[in-house]
Structures are given as C-alpha cells and as structure tokens.
Design a protein around this ligand. Sequence first.
Ligand code: ZN
Ligand code: ZN
Length: 268
Amino acid sequence: MLGRIPDYHIHTTFSCDSETAMVTACDMASLRGLKEIGFADHADFEPLDECCGYFRPDDYLAEIRRCMIAYGDLLTIRAGVEIGEGHIYKQEAADLLRRPFDFVLASLHWVGGRPAFDARYFADQTLDGGLRAYFEEMAKLAANADYDVLAHFDLVRRAVYQVYGLSTVDYTPYEEVIRHTLKTVVKRGKGLEINTSSCWKGMGDPNPTQQVLQWYREVGGEILVFGSDAHRFDAIGLDFDVALDMVRLAGFTRLAKFQRRHVSWIDI
Ligand SMILES: [Zn+2]
Ligand SMILES: [Zn+2]
C-alpha cells in the first residue's frame, strides 16, 4: 500500500536549501518502492527568505522531463512547486504558473516579516498572539492564492517546538479561524498536505495535527496528499505509515494525486 502513495514534497538542488540532485531523489524513491513522486522546489518571492529569487523554473522543468524519460514506467514523476506567500506575491506566482506544473503547494513561511518556521517568530510576541496571527494569515493564503494543496498547515509548530518545547498544541482557541480556512479550502476545491517532516525531525505528529485533520473532514474535506518535505534524499517517503494511520483514523478512505493540476484518487 505505502508504495502506491506518492511523495509530493521533495526538494532538490533547485531549492537553495537542498543538495539532493533530482536523479538521486528518483533513485532513492525507486529503492524505497515508491511508484510516484512529485518534486516541489521552493519558489520564494519574500525578500527576507534565503531562497528568494533562487528558483529557475525552466531549467527545473527541463530536468524533470529528463528524469521522466530516464525512469520511464519505473517511476511516475510529477512537476510540482512550493510557492511561499502566493497570496501576497500574486503576480509573480501567476507568471510562474503559466508553465505546465502538475500541482502547486501553497506555503506560509513568513507572517508579518517573521519566520514562522523557527524561534525568531516568537522573539517579540506571545504564544497566543503568534498562533493567532499565523492562522489569520493562513486564512488569507487559503482564500487568495493560486494552489492545489495547502502545505504544512501548522508549520508554526516548528517555532513553538523550538521556543516552548511543545510537540503538539491544542488549537481549540483558534478553532473558528481554522475551520473558516478549511471551509475555504473545500469551497475552492483545494486540498491539504499531510507533511511528515515534523515526525522524522522528532517534533511529534505529522503536520497538521489530528485535530485539524478531523475538522477538515467535518467541513467536507476530501483532497489529501502526503509529503515528506525531504531536503535530503534519505527523508523521501519517511513516516508515511504514521500519516496513513492518521488519515484513516479521521475517516478518509482515499488520497489524491495530480496531473496537470487535475485530481485523481488512490483508495487507501
Ligand atoms: Zn515549506
Ligand atoms: Zn518544502
């Protein structure tokens, strides 16, 4: 079963923060028995981000095409991209997405000039204030960006873990804004990613938490994909067994896959 689940969040040398060659990632995925993968290198337009301006989309898509030919039927390879703050950098994202991508991950890495992924996020705000600001910005991203799947819905948990040592957070105080965002995702025909990097980095459950996944199910959410967020080849496909237990527990019976931004399904 696990081999049939695509890993739709793999970074390569086309991201500023990965040294994994695309062919190495393909080799590793094949070795681990995966039948399908999706590359999702960073397209960042936020000037504070270290990857800002680094992405070369045409070279990236050409390299993906070379891998598709080289791996043929052994491995289905999809061309994804992870766009940071696509609700703010709308024109840049639109220019990028004139190209034939298979899927688009929407990410929120920066909120009000603070990085939501590390301790700096809470340097000058409280836990409650920071979480609320994060989820309010996520609502805007979900409503206004062009994407297929919201990536690492509670990425801010990385900052929480670093500052407060908490591997999980009860989001009940933010339930209203989170449910509103999830409804927006459903209404727009978009989906959520189950990002396993928090697992393999030792920071607890996949991202988002079971609580958020349950709310997504309750508001009619259907589209789910898995992503390891591998920045190194050895993280590809990691902890998908944990993610699978999680989505089954929430009542989901299938996962999504994408081609040219159209959904098809994998029964689980
Ligand atoms: Zn990300
Ligand atoms: Zn990523």
